[in-house]
Design a protein. Sequence first.
Length: 112
Amino acid sequence: MATLFSRIIAREIPADIVYEDAHCLAFRDINPQAPTHVLLIPKQEIPRLADAGAADQDLLGHLLLTAGKVARQLGVGDAFRLVVNNGAEAGQTVFHLHLHILAGRPMRWPPG
């Protein structure tokens, strides 16, 4: 069954896309938790970070480097937070790996 994010990748559902390359796509979150809240998703569907394997190492590195690139493109490259929720109890609601890029407000610690 297609996830919401795979349907966005296929352009079946509209999204405010801010970045795309051969491996990933970034778009604005429809329920932002910060002034800048972008989701970065791999085009290859991996349900959770814990489901990634050694074969996904290059893709995972690409996602981290791309997160910095997208943050710089959005003008928040000096102060942003990356969040990856793994599993329902951690707050994951769409089971297609995604990184939240959050910026534009003070971030507290600990999160949650």
